[in-house]
Design a protein around this ligand. Structure first.
Ligand code: AHR
Length: 497
């Protein structure tokens, strides 16, 4: 089987916003307690945060991390998590039915994030709370001093403001599972008023209006149309969330799920543009895909967990090789929509549906999905180019005309590097790729990284990393063409320089 591509410097989609390589830490399961924070661990720093975990996060070069939720934020009193640690309350946490000890809160997390080189995308509680708590939290975090909340931060040992730029106006407020779920009109009004007050405290912030929790929500895309009618002028982004699973064990269909993601992005962008036209606005609303991943492996074991413990093993999906392929395709989808998708958060980062896992008291290790995320973050910075692809196609259970070749191309002008990201979705056959790169005169092959495995269900564990990339791909570059074999069911990173 053969696939052809044309890549040209002139086919520019947009400059990539590096924040599409963001991630997410929620107070959920062992993400915080037993994940990033484990004071009794031999690798803990003086503040109780694990150095081995920090090292893996740094390796991923994560530009922004969403915090503290997720569903958690809709019941969170941020005041519980600041001030002397020994005086902080333990609370029943209703989203995940655990006990939240509040040993880690806003200041500790901000310090941790700074240490791993990440900015924070902070979410405010629009479930049980509203305008007042949001504007107070913003004053606490961003105001330099001379007011009640900013002086309290200074009293807590943080003289300098955190200067958090990006704020989410609540989380998944369309979902019946959300504490304090809202109708679109209720949410639109509340988000608008909250945004207005927050902008009065700090006009430099950017705000994310809540979009639908998935394409499967019955209120999608009406939710976007109604809520944005209220928030269009005060928000900079609308959020998208999407998780996929392979419950029927239909891998061809599973690997085609990004067709749904494409449809999601198109529909949300179109709805934004409809509101833009309706309002005669000059502003284009950008998209923040601030939760995305594969999530289904842990559903059954989570249903059996006893409630009210601290840091239980929740949402601990162990990812297999085919999950890494879909994660690669999801990253490719963001790159092809670099003109509208400006932020994205792999949900999540540590232990909870995560690329990084830890053993309590033991090792930190890399899941299969760590690798496509690492490669995209490493080599996917610069300008996204639109590849013209001619690929054989297949029909799957839920999608027709699915190209076997899924690809995106990034041109890093500064480093003089071109990177072709490509997934071969064919489960039995290799794809012979021929890619016209004549507009990149003088470029040569630097590396062809491949992630492949004979068993789609192969997983990594703390003891053994079965799924890991190698650089023995067969691509060659000569006479302005890249030619090479994309082995069956594989993730490929072809680098030219
Ligand atoms: O990431 C796990 C959960 O998924 C988040 O808390 C929620 O926002 C979404 O439903």
């Amino acid at each position: 089987m053969k696939a052809r591509m044309v890549v040209d410097q002139a086919f520019r989609i947009a400059e990539i916003d590096n924040r599409i390589y963001g991630s997410f830490i929620e107070h959920l399961g062992r993400a915080v307690y037993g994940g990033i924070y484990e004071p009794a661990h031999s690798a803990a720093d003086p503040e109780g945060f694990r150095e081995d975990v920090k090292q893996l996060v740094r390796e991923l070069n994560v530009p922004i991390i969403r915090y503290p939720g997720g569903n958690f934020v809709s019941g969170y009193n941020w005041e519980d998590g600041v001030g002397p640690v020994d005086q902080r309350p333990k609370r029943l946490e209703l989203a995940w039915r655990t006990v939240e000890p509040n040993q880690v809160g806003t200041n500790e997390f901000m310090k941790w994030a700074k240490g791993v080189g990440s900015e924070v995308m902070m979410a405010v509680n629009l479930g049980t709370r509203g305008v007042d708590a949001a504007r107070n939290l913003l004053e606490y975090c961003n105001h330099p001093g001379g007011s009640y909340w900013s002086d309290l931060r200074r009293k807590h040992g943080y003289e300098q403001p955190h200067k958090i730029k990006t704020w989410c106006l609540g989380n998944e407020m369309d979902g019946p599972w959300q504490i304090g779920q809202k109708t679109p009109v209720e949410y639109g009004r509340l988000a608008y008023e909250t945004a207005k007050a927050m902008r009065l405290v700090d006009p430099t912030i950017e705000l994310v209006s809540c979009g639908s929790s998935s394409t499967g929500m019955p209120s999608f895309p009406e939710w976007e149309a109604v809520t944005l009618d209220h928030t269009y002028d005060v928000a900079d982004y609308v959020s998208l969330h999407q998780y996929y699973g392979n419950r029927d064990n239909d891998s061809a269909n599973f690997l085609a799920r990004t067709m749904d993601m494409e449809h999601f992005i198109h529909t949300v962008a179109s709805t934004c543009d409809y509101i833009k036209a309706k309002k005669r606005s000059k502003k284009t609303m950008m998209l923040s895909f601030d939760e995305w991943n594969v999530w289904y492996h842990s559903n059954d074991s989570d249903a059996k967990l006893e409630p009210w413990s601290i840091g239980p093993p929740q949402l601990e999906d162990v990812y297999n090789f085919e999950d890494a392929l879909l994660v690669g395709s999801m990253l490719i989808t963001f790159l092809r929509h670099a003109d509208r998708v400006k932020m994205a958060c792999l949900a999540q980062l540590v232990n909870v549906i995560a690329p990084i896992m830890t053993e309590n008291g033991g090792r930190a290790w890399k899941q299969t999905i760590f690798y496509p995320y690492l490669h995209a973050s490493q080599y996917g910075r610069g300008v996204s180019l639109m590849p013209i692809v001619d690929s054989p196609k297949y029909d799957a259970q839920d999608y027709t005309d699915v190209p076997y070749l899924d690809s995106a191309v990034v041109f890093n002008e500064e480093a003089e590097e071109v990177t072709i990201f490509a997934v071969n979705r064919h489960l039995e056959e290799a794809l012979e790729l021929e890619c016209d790169v004549r507009s990149f005169e003088g470029y040569r092959l630097a590396e062809h990284i491949v992630l492949e495995h004979a068993d789609l269900k192969a997983v990594n564990t703390a003891a053994e990393e079965k799924v890991r990339p190698h650089s023995r791909g067969t691509a060659e570059c000569s006479d302005g063409y890249v030619r090479g074999r994309l082995t069956k069911a594989s993730w490929n990173v072809i680098r030219l320089s």
